[in-house]
Ligand binder design. Structure first.
Ligand code: GDP
Ligand code: MN
Length: 329
């Protein structure tokens, strides 16, 4: 495989890449978040850190999306934190809610009996379906080639002295991740069976070289490994490909976003594993990151002075799925 084992182009350094707010960027990219008005303060904290650690030099735009209109308080609250352009959008109606083929009584029954995390929430399921199959189709993202997903209440522990978008582009990388846990089984009871059926029916869409062994163990079973999608940097042509579209539609028809609680993280991750070679997927292990419940602190960062985390507490690098990532070819 010609793309395998190619040395990566070096990380473009700050001195050669630092852009004025109004200037054209070398990559059509933005930070994107789906958020609620009540997420304002959590988002402000996250944005402040990202600006201080990185974006004050690069001034990539932000795009915020919401199923309800943003309040003027929210808009001002985030705009005040950056010199970069900020755009606000509401969702297209068909991207939020139930598609017509879903049996809403069955969905309700699952919500009422679920004992797993966020199992009783309807809006959480709308959110996961939106992030799986619609965010990259939103009109405000039409001209974007890459996005970096951000969320309220996350931390960026380290200075980021290069442009990750440009790094992705120069290296022809499609998907960048940072933390990889294992998914709760009750939320994805039939996701793997459904995926196997998809692979059987669409063999023409599955390339010979992929990283399926990250999500499939030696007995053919699902490892439940997934990239935590609250941080992801993605070449959107991947989500807009006919392969990804076919997979999302297949899952959407199967109904597991509602009859179970399929998360966008396992969905993105299985798609990455089916359709991409490992060489087009990048572990941003230099980006120190925290999302409530888990964190990744780069090894050696305590000494480098550019991170504020204690490497002993940022243990995500030791997760079984992170190890599995290092082992597969
Ligand atoms: P978790 O990370 O899986 O615990 O899920 P979160 O609650 O953090 O939700 C993921 C992202 O979607 C966050 O950026 C939330 O602000 C956003 N989000 C979740 N539910 C809704 C919703 O009902 N409406 C909107 N507009 N955003 C939501
Ligand atoms: Mn979150």
């Amino acid at each position: 495989n010609p793309v395998e084992n190619k040395p990566l182009v070096e990380k473009p350094q700050a001195s050669e890449a630092s852009y004025e707010p109004g200037a054209e960027k070398p990559v059509k990219a933005a930070m994107v978040a789906l958020v609620r008005n009540e997420d304002l303060y959590g988002l402000r904290k996250a944005m402040r850190e990202l600006e201080d650690r990185w974006n004050h030099k690069y001034n990539y735009p932000y795009i915020f999306l919401n199923d309800k209109p943003f309040t003027s308080k929210f808009k001002k609250g985030v705009q005040d934190l950056t010199k970069a352009p900020v755009q606000f959008g509401t969702l297209e109606p068909e991207s939020w809610g139930y598609p017509e083929w879903i049996d809403q009584n069955k969905a309700k029954h699952e919500r009422e009996t679920a004992t797993y995390i966020k199992g009783r929430s309807e809006s959480y399921r709308f959110m996961c379906r939106f992030q799986s199959g619609f965010v990259y189709k939103h009109p405000l993202l039409k001209d974007l080639d890459y996005y970096w997903r951000i969320e309220p209440d996350v931390h960026y522990y380290c200075d980021i002295d290069y442009d990750p978008f440009l790094f992705m582009k120069k290296n022809n990388l499609k998907y960048g991740w940072n933390i990889a846990p294992s998914e709760y089984e009750p939320t994805v009871r039939t996701l793997w069976n459904t995926t196997q059926e998809f692979m059987l029916r669409h063999q023409d869409l599955i390339p010979e070289h992929n990283m399926i062994d990250w999500v499939r163990d030696s007995h053919g079973k699902y490892t439940r490994c997934h990239f935590w999608s609250n941080f992801e940097i993605v070449d959107l042509s991947f989500y807009r490909s006919k392969e990804y579209e076919a997979y999302f539609n297949f899952l959407d028809k199967a109904g597991g976003f509602f009859y179970e609680r399929w998360g966008d993280a396992p969905v993105h991750s299985i798609a990455v594993s089916m359709f991409l070679p490992k060489s087009q997927v990048h572990y941003f292990d230099d980006i120190g990151y925290y999302h409530p419940a888990m964190s990744h602190c780069p090894k050696g960062s305590k000494e480098s002075g550019k991170c504020v985390c204690d490497p002993k507490e940022g243990w995500a690098n030791e997760f079984t799925c992170a190890k599995r990532w290092r082992q597969i070819s």
